[in-house]
Design a protein around this ligand. Structure first.
Ligand SMILES: CC[C@H](O)CC(=O)C(=O)O
Ligand SMILES: [Mn+2]
Length: 336
């Protein structure tokens, strides 16, 4: 089996888990370690992408351009990617990110909204960047819909399209089905991004590779939104055992995960009740910190809020629904 291209997104998806508090010094040290380990792509930005530092998504403690500057200065032979969510980010930010020296733009939208991405892929290409399309909440749509959305992204200039399991809701069979169908319908690379709500981040990523994924994501120690991601160091260890040669130095990764990343966790990323409920109900992982805050404020069980968000089919960008749901649940409780 061909080795997949690994993107480490500790410094982007992991940003959600630490309320967007990475410092330029932290970014510099993690990027230099990942570069020393020969990780091909390193993603750096606010958890919700360029321009994500807002009241709704959570403000960053440090200016993201200072983080990107440090990433580029320390990238060695690796490439730097940044995430971009249309609406949160705008075209001038793509131009600025290219001027700062990033290599790849990853354009993320809900998995039925590829049609809004054209101008951003075109801008990224005009700015000389590699391009990735990120189909978020891919569990909500059948494989055929994802394949059509991927085709649109390909036609706009994407070099790769990812099936993104934003809620950690997929199981190996549903990953295989989606990745294989997308792979069949486009001639660019296919990627897979996992979350660990049902304990399947590694298993699902392996299923994706077996179904033909060319690119995969991981984060050190699994640091990421909600239940976290597939730990990059575990992925590399498993791929080594499968005789899939990534060229990545496992020892450097394990040391970085243990000594640099583990100390910054704000809470243990275990499969607790809230994380399992999020995956089971198919709710966007980045909602969890906001859900916990709302649950505390309204004295509710977070699981009740998560389940109701699932029933309402909330998607990324609808963080304001969390308070609405909490208020509604409280009101119902009071009339009982
Ligand atoms: C828009 C940000 C989001 O966290 C992207 C992502 O990693 C996901 O949907 O899993
Ligand atoms: Mn994610």
């Amino acid at each position: 089996m061909k080795a997949p291209i690994i993107t480490d997104t500790t410094l982007r998806d992991g940003s959600h888990a630490v309320s967007h508090s990475f410092s330029p010094e932290f970014v510099a040290s993690v990027v230099s370690q990942l570069a020393e380990a020969h990780v091909p792509v390193i993603e750096v930005s606010h958890g919700s992408g360029l321009g994500g530092s807002t009241i709704q998504q959570g403000f960053s403690t440090h200016d993201e351009w200072s983080l990107i500057e440090q990433a580029v200065a320390n990238k060695g032979g690796s490439k730097i990617a940044s995430l971009f969510v249309p609406g949160l980010g705008t075209r001038p930010e793509i131009i600025k990110a290219a001027e700062y020296g990033i290599d790849i733009l990853r354009v993320a939208v809900h998995c039925t909204e590829a049609d809004v991405t054209q101008q951003y892929f075109e801008q990224a290409k005009n700015s000389g960047l590699g391009t990735v399309g990120f189909l978020m909440m891919s569990h909500t749509q059948p494989a055929q819909v994802l394949a059509e959305q991927a085709k649109l992204m390909e036609s706009y200039g994407a070099d790769c399209v990812y099936v993104v399991d934003s809620a950690g809701a997929l199981v190996p069979e549903s990953v295989r089905d989606r990745v294989a169908r997308v792979k069949d319908s486009i001639s660019i690379n296919v990627g897979f991004h996992a979350h660990n709500n049902l304990g399947l981040s590694i298993g699902n990523t392996i299923a994706a590779i077996e179904a033909g994924a060319d690119q995969i994501d991981g984060t050190l120690r699994g640091l990421g939104a909600g239940a976290g991601n597939a730990p990059t160091e575990v992925l590399v260890a498993v791929l080594n055992k499968m005789n899939i040669e990534t060229g990545i130095d496992l020892t450097v990764l394990m040391d970085t995960a243990e000594e640099i990343v583990a100390p910054v966790f704000k809470y243990p990323q275990i499969l607790d009740r809230d994380n399992i409920a999020t995956g089971y109900a198919g709710v966007y992982n980045s909602f969890l910190l906001h859900v916990r805050e709302a649950a505390e404020k309204f004295n509710l069980n977070p699981v009740a809020i998560i389940e109701e968000l699932g029933r309402r089919h909330a998607v990324a960008g609808q963080e304001d629904w969390i308070i609405d749901v909490a208020q509604d649940l409280k009101a119902k409780e009071l009339v009982k």
